[in-house]
Design a protein around this ligand. Sequence first.
Ligand code: ADP
Ligand code: MG
Length: 524
Amino acid sequence: MLSQNITGAKIVGDFIATTLGPRGMDKLLYDTDDADDGLGNYFEVTNNGAYLLKRLPFQSPGGRVIARVAAAQEERCGDGTTTTAIYASEILRAVEPLIEQGLHPTTIASGIKEAVTIATETIHAESRPVTLSDDELLTAVAQTTLQGKTAEPILDTLSQWSVEAVRTLAQEHESEVRVNTDLVQIESLRSGTITDTELVDGMVLKKSFAGNYEPTNLDNPNIAVVTQGFARAEAIRHRLSSDSHSSTQTVTYDLSDPDSVDAFADFEVEHVTELLEPLIAADVDVVLVGDRVEDELLPYFDAAEIAVVRNARTDRMQKVARATGATINTHLRDFDSTDTGKTARLERRRYPGIEQNALLFWGGAGEQVVSVLAHGSTWMSGWELERNIMNAIRSVSAAVESGHVVPGGGAIEITVARQLREDAPAVGGRESLVIEAVADALEGIPKTLARNAGMDLVNTLTTLRAAHWNSRKETGVLGQERVVGNVVEQGILEPATSKRYALEAAASVATTILRIDDVLPASS
Ligand code: ADP
Ligand code: MG
């Protein structure tokens, strides 16, 4: 069982290893589901380890566990997912011979634990400080995440933006920096090219106004946000229930009788007008609705010069509310003027060839939100671009939150590997063999970077080891140039926490796999 799980993990590791680094290859995912769900035959290109693993139906439990750990890394750091999966599968590969030699999984687990402790200390010792004002270092961190990705054509701009976005969102309390990356909004438009992508200092919503009142620019608009939709029936029901204080009253209109039709129409006008009253009273210019708004009701909004956004997605609605300082109400009737949100300017953009507009909320009165309006000609590049942008922003955040970066391009892995080999004998016993195995596993990263760049593996590794032996700890793989060299000078830097978490997560998942002696299907 154990060897099957290790094999499963190695297969997954080898599979996604080809995507690692600036010379990594993308994978094309396509939906084999023939079901008529409108998604059949859809294609998507990705280079994102966690996403790839999430979308692939790996059958082996070992492989599935690796996919899970990559997802955990994504959640925690936003980057380093392929690295985590490689660490985990390489650790298992490296300890496999020890298992065959009869080392007990418990001994291996304690050796791995010891190795992580040494590695964490080494990463800490090798990291260099970075602050929010360190333009060069932070831009380098963003660039490192974007190398070889879909976003590469706009790498420079995007890196600068990522730093700007993080600065805008950063909050400092007592020398601690916190960045709430939930307040980043990314919308992709299938229009223009990737170089048309722009950063918006505020919230962006990919939506058109529903009615005929569609202003292109509003200064200081008041904004209302409600989750429930409006229909005439609802308006009327509400009126009836407030008249009678019960919702059970029934009024029947005979619509074959012209008088009755008129009466119904009057009734409708009166009560829809009533529905709109709180909005008019609060001088609302735009109402965002998280559900349907009946077409027949739109003219009333037009007449009141209230622009309507309907069927807004919950997460978007919440962000608009946060950005503008609006309070979200369930029903329109609960709305009052204190619930209004504000923004300095609302701009509606149209794009050729696409139906949906973009609404840009500049200078909201609530929390600071930063958006990226990503352009691209296909959805598949749009989605990947969104993931790239998020990776860059989250990496820069991780760098400023932890205040430390380490050399990338496999350099830190070689440094740690060397330290592990140096410390292993002192630990002694069988654990020392495990610690050496972890050192081999970490070298999997520079090896993979070199392999993906088409470099000679043996040469690269010996050159790297020799440089580090001579204390040139900034030596790593320069993936773009396909040579070994100083990665720090080339700005290949990563957040220290990303490496630490990746190793901790990989070690813990490798240990878990080693302890599994049986796999039982569970029904959910
Ligand atoms: P992950 O999902 O682990 O982030 P990536 O495909 O983004 O995987 O690759 C990250 C690795 O690529 C890191 O080890 C990083 O240091 C390395 N890297 C990034 N840019 C370069 C470069 N120009 N040369 C060499 N290595 C690089
Ligand atoms: Mg990455």
